[in-house]
Every structure is written in structure tokens, then in C-alpha cells.
Design a protein around this ligand. Structure first.
Ligand code: GSH
Length: 214
């Protein structure tokens, strides 16, 4: 255990920022939240680039003062030694498998489709062709996920884990990307189950009454 309180740099509305934020709440780990205004470009300003030269959020500074990028790496760090980490070696690898799947087959398409549909709706018309391409590109990954969740209650067999949080981040807001939950009944059931886990908080609560100055 280090000497600092974990510090999470995050922006409002982001599925990637939501992931470590939700894990921190569910694990009841004390942390400090610093909101970064991505729409205003704050992630590319000098003060933030000094902390994270990659210029993106989420970014986490751990108890020993070292920095960590990538939402799913943060989840892995937070889950270590807790009930969110599967006990079984193969299940730990399966958890990683689904977290890579999320970053390669789901997030790269759901996230921009949602951004230009819901976060910046004024761009929706200009980006209509791109949005449709992203929606089409997300569909096979979502169909595969739906099929998996027909067989399993959660992402790995033993129950709710770090993999559920990683996949949930963007999948639970797929309708904000113009996709329909009616196409994915098992995903819809799983979203209900994840939302009912202990200490769950919705994405809309990120930053509400907890943002702090730098
Ligand atoms: N793969 C990264 C994605 C991080 C990312 O793209 N963050 C977005 C917000 S969700 C961002 O900071 N965008 C601003 C930019 O790229 O300048 C993760 O999972 O953490």
C-alpha cells in the first residue's frame, strides 16, 4: 500500500472513464476525482500532458504515485486481490480475452457512433455515413456478445468480475449510439444483472457532487 490516495482523471459521459470509477465505488476504495473537460481540449493542455503525455482520459495515479493509462489496465490494477478478479487461472485469461474484445470489436465503433449521435448531436447529420459504418461494424461483436450471454450470466463462468465492468462501459449505452437493445435480449438481461450488483452506480452519476479542483 502506498502513501497517496488514488487519483482518477476523467471526463463526464465517457464509458472508458466510467469503468475505473465504477470499480473504485464497488470496491469502496477511497479516491479523488479530477474532471478533465475533453470537449474544451483540456486533455491536451500543458498541465495534463505533464501528468499523462498521451493526452487522453481516463488516467489514474496509483497509491505509490505512478501513472496508469487505459481503462481496462486500471480495472486490472484495481481488481487485483479483490472479488472482482476471477480465482481460476483460465477465467483470469478469459476475463482479459473479453476486455481485449471490448477494445477491438466494440468500443472503437460504439464510442464514436455515440459521440456523434448523443454527445455532439449537432454533428449527427454531417457524420451520418460514418455513424452508419460504425453501427454496422459494432453489430457482429454485439451479436457474438449476445450469444455468449445466452449461455453465461456474466462474462466468466464463476460470476461478476472485472471483465463485466470492462465490457459494460460502452455496451450498456449502445442505444445512445443509435443501436437497438431489442436486437440483443441477452445483453439487455445482463445489463440488468450488472446494474443490480453491490455498489453499482450509473454513468450519469460520474462527477456529480464529487468533482474536485486540481
Ligand atoms: N483505450 C483508451 C481510450 C481512451 C480515450 O480515447 N479517451 C477519450 C475519452 S473516452 C479521450 O480522452 N479523448 C480525447 C482525445 O483523444 O483527445 C481507454 O480505454 O482508456
Amino acid at each position: 500500500m502506498g502513501v497517496f490516495m488514488i487519483k482518477l482523471y476523467a471526463c463526464l459521459g465517457s464509458g472508458n472513464c466510467f469503468k475505473p470509477w465504477l470499480a473504485l465505488h464497488q470496491l469502496q476504495t477511497p479516491f479523488e476525482l479530477r474532471l478533465v473537460d475533453v470537449l474544451a481540449g483540456e486533455q491536451k493542455t500543458d498541465w495534463f500532458l505533464e501528468i499523462n503525455p498521451n493526452g487522453v482520459v481516463p488516467f489514474m495515479v496509483t497509491e505509490d504515485g505512478r501513472g496508469l493509462g487505459e481503462s481496462n489496465a486500471m480495472l486490472w490494477y484495481l481488481a487485483e486481490g479483490t472479488h472482482l478478479m476471477p480465482q481460476d487461472k483460465t477465467e483470469r485469461a478469459q476475463a482479459l480475452q473479453w476486455m481485449y474484445f471490448e477494445q477491438s470489436k466494440l468500443e472503437p465503433f460504439i464510442s464514436p457512433a455515440r459521440f456523434f449521435t448523443t454527445i455532439l448531436p449537432q454533428e449527427r447529420e454531417n457524420r451520418a455515413a460514418d455513424i452508419e459504418n460504425w453501427q454496422n461494424a459494432a453489430a457482429p461483436g454485439l451479436a457474438r456478445l449476445d450469444e455468449h450471454l445466452r449461455e453465461f450470466q456474466f462474462m466468466v463462468g464463476s460470476g461478476y468480475s472485472v471483465a463485466d465492468i470492462g465490457v459494460f462501459g460502452y455496451v450498456h449505452v449502445l442505444e445512445e449510439a443509435g443501436l437497438s437493445m431489442d436486437d440483443y435480449p441477452n445483453i439487455a438481461r445482463w445489463i440488468g444483472d450488472v446494474s443490480a450488483t453491490k455498489g453499482f452506480r450509473p454513468l450519469g452519476k460520474l462527477g456529480v457532487q464529487e468533482g474536485k479542483a486540481a
